[in-house]
Design a protein around this ligand. Structure first.
Ligand SMILES: O=C(O)CCC(=O)C(=O)O
Length: 220
């Protein structure tokens, strides 16, 4: 029962990815998943003003994570918004979403123009400078479904995003420019991990929004 639902949702996502994207871009990874990059999805001047508004208006939180039994501060600020009930468990904690802000809803609409997927939630990350980062991980928590499509918008400073195949160790680097959209889909999260490394370059702030579907665990 549960498996059928997962298969059904992944078929729907695959169809979305094929119909909307394959004719317009090629995947940046050679196998085991899809990664599509759209620089200039939002113009530079608009992206800059969206960056300022996101920094000012989102409810940024510092977060802790448990590593080898120790609580450590996550090196970035985080905010989680979404539909009621779009509860997401990551980094050992349960995250209740805040209600959508008008700006986040408008951005979800913009993304839906390209990817007609009903995203229930968005994880916002604020990297204040080059010492803020996100470590290697895959987005494969059960509530994201079997083969999640994740739409990632970037604002503020350009930063390097790295993908690494878990078996072959092949690395793919992408510089995420302000106003860009990155789509990850297919079986990517099962075969590749990704990170946003620290940098010694003097970089200003960056906000990343990852739109996600959440399948309540009770429904699985
Ligand atoms: O900031 C980024 O571009 C990466 C975000 C990310 O990996 C995530 O939210 O899972």
């Amino acid at each position: 029962m549960c498996r059928r639902r997962w298969v059904a949702s992944s078929v729907c996502f695959d169809r979305v990815v094929c119909e909307q994207l394959v004719s317009r871009s090629t995947s940046l990874v050679p196998c085991d998943g899809d990664v599509h990059y759209f620089p200039g999805f939002i113009s530079r001047s608009e992206a800059d003003s969206i960056f300022d508004e996101l920094v000012k208006t989102l409810d940024w939180q510092t977060e802790e994570l448990s590593l080898y039994g120790k609580r450590i501060l996550v090196p970035r600020l985080v905010a989680w918004y979404g539909d009621r009930g779009a509860v997401y468990r990551y980094s050992g904690a349960r995250h209740e979403p805040l209600p959508w802000s008008p700006l986040l809803l408008a951005l979800r609409e913009r993304v839906a123009g390209l990817v007609p997927c009903s995203f229930h939630s968005v994880l916002a990350n604020y990297y204040r400078d080059g010492t803020d980062s996100m470590g290697w991980h895959s987005d494969k928590e059960p509530e994201l479904g079997l083969n999640p499509v994740i739409a990632s918008l970037s604002f503020g400073a350009a930063r390097l995003f790295k993908l690494q195949h878990t078996k072959t160790k092949q690395v793919v680097d992408i510089v995420l420019e302000p106003g860009s959209l990155l789509l990850m889909g297919g079986s990517l999260q099962h075969h590749w991990r990704h990170c946003l490394p620290k940098t010694r370059q003097p970089v200003s702030g960056r906000v990343n929004l990852t739109f996600r579907r959440i399948i309540p665990l009770a429904n699985m």
